[in-house]
Design a protein around this ligand. Structure first.
Ligand code: RTP
Length: 148
């Protein structure tokens, strides 16, 4: 089953949105396979965002991500990478639809409260980077009530 990496950024944690964000993924039917509250250092944040290292906003983005604890998660489910991105909404909250996490809770692109992997390939890389010991191996008893 597909997995994705989701991170509640420092602003989401500071604003007390952790519960509401987790709730949206749970309500959809996805399964939580990894969860930790962690403050990362600059080299780790630079590694996570290495594909964006040439962007003008890169150092501000890294400052933002290391500014406080983040909630790192692995979520599992059918099409969870793409559906997770839809639940999160567009990168710029100004363009995010109401009903999405960024559309409901954020205003500025540089304070958009959550990250979600943008492809299965990035998801696998990011899950391995943040959870080197792998996901928690458990099977939800709801499986047959969610999938036909
Ligand atoms: P994320 O990686 O955080 O899920 O966001 P994303 O795929 O939707 O967007 P991406 O292009 O990968 O950008 C990563 C994060 O960088 C910040 N950003 N700032 N100032 C700017 O123009 C700008 N553009 C992007 C955002 O926090 C974005 O989520």
């Amino acid at each position: 089953m597909e997995q994705t990496f989701i991170m509640i950024k420092p602003d989401g944690v500071q604003r007390g949105l952790v519960g509401q964000i987790i709730c949206r993924f749970e309500q959809k039917g996805f399964t939580l396979k990894g969860l930790k509250l962690i403050t990362v250092d600059r080299p780790f944040a630079e590694q996570h965002y290495q594909d964006l290292s040439a962007k003008p906003f890169f150092s501000g983005l890294v400052d933002y991500i290391i500014s406080g604890p983040v909630v790192a998660m692995i979520w599992e489910g059918k099409n969870v990478v793409l559906t997770g991105r839809k639940i999160i909404g567009a990168t710029n909250p100004a363009a995010s639809e109401p009903g999405t996490i960024r559309g409901d809770f954020a205003i500025d692109i540089g304070r958009n409260i959550i990250h979600g992997s943008d492809s299965v390939e990035s998801a696998n890389k990011e899950c391995a980077l943040w959870f080197p010991d792998g996901p928690v191996n458990w099977q939800s008893s709801l499986h047959s009530w969610i999938y036909e």
